[in-house]
Design a binder for this molecule. Structure first.
Ligand SMILES: CC(C)(COP(=O)(O)OP(=O)(O)OC[C@H]1O[C@@H](n2cnc3c(N)ncnc32)[C@H](O)[C@@H]1OP(=O)(O)O)[C@@H](O)C(=O)NCCC(=O)NCCS
Length: 388
C-alpha cells in the first residue's frame, strides 16, 4: 500500500541565518569560551573572576596564560606599573593631533595614540613570542596614560603622570578625571574592566586576528581592533546607551512623556536601542546583572540624583523585555555606572579598550603562534561576462 511521503525536514526548517557570520565557528582558541550562560577566560567563569579576582590578576591570566601565584601577581603588577609612563615625544605628538582636531572622537584619537606608540616601540616589527608578550604588557600599561592624555588635552588641562600608589583601575580614573576615586568606585571600575577583558571572536578581536594573520605587527592589529570596537553595534554601545537614557530623561522631564510612550515611539521608528541585544546571548548577558549590582550599590550610596538613572534604566529594560523579549547587554549598566562616577561619556569606549587590550593581545599571540592567513571566500552575486 502506498504511504504519504512525510514533509522533508529540510523544506520546513527555518533556514539558519548566517549573515554576519552568525552561528559559524571560524577558528579555535584556548583564550575564552562563550556559552548561553557562561563566559570563561582560560577556564575561569566571569562571575567568579568578578567576585574574587582583580583586573591585574585577570590581565595576567589572559595575556600570560595562567592564574598567577601571589608572587607572580606582585611581580606582574610591579612590571606593569613600571611601564605606565609614556615618552614625552609620544604625548606631545598625540597632544598636537588632539589640538589640531579637537572634535575628533577619543576612540579615533586613541587609535592614533596606539599607532604612535608603535612607531616608538623598538620591538614593533617583531612577532616573536617573547617580544609580543613584552609588547602586550607595555600596551596594557600605557593605554590608560594615552586615554588620560587625550581627555586632559581635550579639556585644556595639563596631562597627569600615572600614580603608582594606585591600582590599574584607580590609576585610569585618576589620569582621566584628575580625581582619586573612592575605594568603591575603584572596585567598580576594576569589575567593569574584568567583565570587558575578553569575549572570544567578537568583531574587534576577529579584526585583530585577521590583521595578525597577515603577519602584520601587534600595534597594527590593535589599531584595527580599536577601529572595530568604536562602532555603536560593538563597544560604542556603552556611550550610546547612556546618551539614549539621557534622551529619555530629557523627553520625559516634567511629565511631558512617559518612558513607556518614549519606547513605543522608538519601536514605531524601528530604532535600534543601544545596550540591548546580543549576537550570542539570547537569554541575557550575565555580565549586565553583575555590573548593574555594583553600579546600583554606588548609586544608592550617592543618593537620588544618581539612583534616578538606575530607576529609569530598570523601566526601559522592563519595557524592552516585555515588548521585544530583548535583554540588556553589559553596555547598558556600564553607561549608567560610568556616568554616576563622573566619567566623560566619550571616554566609555576607550575604557573598554583599556580592558579588551588583554583579550586582543592574547588572540594576536595565539594567531601568530599557529598562523595561517585568514582568507575566506565570498559568494559572488554580480554580473558576469561583461565586455569593457
Ligand atoms: C548586538 C547586535 C548588533 C546583535 O545583532 P544581531 O545578532 O544581528 O541581532 P539579532 O539577530 O539578535 O536580532 C534579532 C531581531 O531583534 C532586533 N534587535 C536586536 N537588538 C535590538 C536592539 N538593540 N534594539 C532593537 N531591536 C533589536 C533586530 O533588529 C532583529 O529584528 P528583525 O528580526 O525584525 O530584523 C544587536 O542586538 C544590536 O544592534 N544591539 C544594539 C547595539 C549594542 O548594544 N551593541 C553591544 C553588543 S554587546
Amino acid at each position: 500500500m502506498a504511504t504519504a511521503t512525510p514533509p522533508s525536514p529540510v523544506s520546513v526548517a527555518k533556514p539558519v541565518d548566517t549573515r554576519g557570520l552568525a552561528n559559524q565557528v571560524v577558528g579555535e582558541t584556548k583564550v575564552c569560551a562563550v556559552t548561553q550562560s557562561e563566559l570563561i577566560y582560560r577556564g575561569f567563569e566571569i562571575a567568579d573572576l568578578a567576585e574574587n579576582a582583580t583586573f591585574e590578576g585577570v590581565a595576567h591570566l589572559v595575556i600570560v596564560g595562567h592564574k598567577p601565584t601571589a608572587a607572580e601577581l606582585a611581580a606582574f603588577d610591579a612590571e606593569i606599573k613600571g611601564m605606565r609612563a609614556v615618552e614625552k615625544t609620544v604625548i606631545d605628538q598625540l597632544a598636537a593631533v588632539v589640538k589640531a582636531a579637537p572634535h575628533a572622537h577619543p576612540m579615533s584619537l586613541l587609535r592614533t595614540g596606539v599607532s604612535i606608540l608603535g612607531h616608538h616601540d623598538k620591538e614593533c616589527e617583531s612577532n616573536a613570542p617573547d617580544a609580543e608578550l613584552r609588547k602586550s604588557k607595555r600596551l596594557l600599561a600605557k593605554i590608560p596614560t594615552l586615554i588620560g592624555a587625550i581627555q586632559r588635552t581635550i579639556e585644556g588641562k595639563p596631562v597627569l603622570e600615572p600614580d603608582n600608589s594606585l591600582g590599574h583601575a584607580a590609576n585610569l580614573m585618576w589620569l582621566m578625571t584628575g580625581r582619586k576615586p573612592s575605594e568603591l568606585e575603584a572596585r567598580i571600575m576594576d569589575v567593569s574592566l574584568i567583565l570587558y577583558a575578553e569575549h572570544d571572536f567578537n568583531a574587534s578581536t576577529f579584526t585583530c586576528r585577521c590583521i595578525a594573520s597577515t603577519e602584520a605587527d601587534m600595534h597594527s592589529a590593535v589599531c584595527g581592533g580599536i577601529g572595530a570596537l568604536k562602532g555603536p553595534l560593538h563597544g560604542g554601545a556603552n556611550e550610546m546607551a547612556m546618551e539614549m537614557l539621557k534622551d529619555v530623561d530629557r523627553d520625559c522631564a516634567g511629565g511631558k512623556m512617559t518612558p513607556e510612550a518614549w519606547m513605543q515611539r522608538a519601536f514605531a521608528e524601528k530604532r535600534k536601542l543601544m545596550g540591548f541585544g546580543h549576537r550570542v546571548y539570547k537569554n541575557g548577558d550575565h555580565r549586565a546583572g553583575i555590573l548593574r549590582r555594583w553600579g546600583l550599590k554606588l548609586a544608592e550610596k550617592m543618593g537620588p540624583d544618581a539612583k534616578k538613572w538606575f530607576d529609569l534604566g530598570d523601566k526601559v529594560q522592563a519595557i524592552m523585555l516585555k515588548d521585544k523579549n530583548i535583554h540588556p547587554n553589559v553596555d547598558f549598566p556600564c553607561g549608567m555606572t560610568y556616568f554616576i562616577m563622573g566619567i566623560p561619556v566619550p571616554q566609555y569606549t576607550p575604557i573598554f579598550v583599556a580592558a579588551r587590550i588583554t583579550g586582543w593581545c592574547a588572540h594576536i599571540m595565539e594567531q601568530h603562534q599557529n598562523n595561517r592567513i585568514i582568507r575566506p571566500l565570498a559568494e559572488y552575486q554580480g554580473p558576469m561576462n561583461l565586455k569593457w
